[in-house]
Design a protein around this ligand. Structure first.
Ligand code: AKG
Ligand code: FE2
Length: 336
């Protein structure tokens, strides 16, 4: 099945076994590393999370945001705080809140301060994190099957406990009122850092995500709209899995843009949420296939991200290096 755009669509209800899932996803993961998944089972929770997000970004006090400001990849980031594309230092027109691991319990225990409007939902947040992690484990088993590895190889390198550095991120792109001139950059071109990202978008005001297919030359401007598919979850490969798999799975550049020219009536606000699934910090990202199989083009793509296949780097070292490059452009804003 296809969404008609640059990204394929798979109905996971048609894939009851890990083998059938592997078969259904392998083409997309090896071309652009982006895939829409229907019937993922997280639909109702995602709606609830969007409601929490709207309340937080719409009503939270400045004091609470400041109390929970960004540190160690967790907490609140202001509009223009991040520069996702270091080659084009235009600040991103978005604000975000990163939630780190929340331990289950009565009540659940967050690993960092949560603002009041999130703290009252810790149970739902904790459950959603858990279910996103489980969904990724299902995909990771399929990835191991595709590469002919022990089917538990990737799963065993991910754990959801106090040591987990995976992030549930809430994103808000403020509206652009009529007549205001802004850069078209809602989120600069980047690839994600972890193993997998689950991205939740909404059809209402959700357009704007584009990918640069990984077959394109490095200087290509041939960006493609992903579109938004109602109720579907968008999965994409991150740099850790690209490195691990010797670029058999592609971690593809993507960005969020405003339309150019801006319509006279302005642009509505946009909400999205991402589960950034991370391997356990001590996991070795040593490439699991012979590095001689990697094409020159993929090697050049990886080099640009600072990734060196065949080097025994830990997931933690890799993540710290990528975060440093995202936040270094605006030192006066960095609160970490
Ligand atoms: O908001 C979106 O649709 C994409 C956000 C994204 O790519 C990211 O935060 O890594
Ligand atoms: Fe991303």
């Amino acid at each position: 099945m296809s969404s008609g755009g640059a990204v394929q669509l798979v109905d996971i209800a048609q894939c009851p076994t890990p083998e059938s899932l592997a078969e259904a996803i392998k083409g997309a993961m090896q071309t652009n590393g982006f895939l829409f998944i229907l019937n993922h089972g997280l639909e109702k929770q995602a709606e609830e999370m969007f409601a929490i997000s709207e309340e937080f970004f719409g009503q939270e006090t400045a004091e609470e945001k400041l109390r929970c400001a960004y540190a160690n990849n967790r907490g609140y980031t202001r509009v223009s705080q991040e520069v996702l594309d270091p080659t084009q230092p235009a600040p991103d027109l978005k604000e975000g809140f990163n939630t780190g691991y929340i331990a289950p319990g009565s009540p659940p225990v967050p690993s960092h301060p949560l603002p009041a409007r999130m703290a009252k939902h810790t149970e739902a947040l904790c459950q959603f994190q858990h279910d996103c992690f489980d969904f990724c484990q299902r995909l990771l088993e399929a990835f191991a099957i595709i590469l002919d590895l022990d089917r538990n190889f990737f799963k065993a390198n991910h754990v959801h406990d106090e040591s987990d550095v995976s992030i549930l991120r809430f994103l808000h792109y403020p509206e652009v009122p009529p007549g205001v001139q802004v850069s078209p950059n809602r989120a600069g071109a980047h690839s994600d850092y972890g193993s997998l990202t689950l991205l939740f978008q909404r059809s209402n005001g959700g357009e704007g995500l584009q990918i640069l297919p990984s077959t394109e030359p490095l200087d290509s401007k041939n960006w493609k709209d992903t579109g938004v598919v109602d109720n579907a979850l968008l999965v994409n490969i991150g740099d850790a899995l690209e490195l691990w798999s010797g670029a058999i799975f592609k971690s593809t550049l993507h960005r969020v843009v405003l339309p150019t020219p801006l319509p006279a009536e302005g642009i509505p606000e946009r909400f999205s949420m991402a589960w950034f699934n991370q391997p356990k910090p001590s996991a070795s990202l040593l490439t699991v296939v012979p590095t001689s199989q990697i094409t020159e083009h993929d090697l050049a793509r990886m080099e640009r991200k600072g990734a060196k296949p065949g080097v025994d780097i830990t997931a933690s070292e890799h993540l710290l290096a990528r975060l440093a490059s995202t936040y270094k452009q605006l030192p006066q804003n960095a609160e970490a």
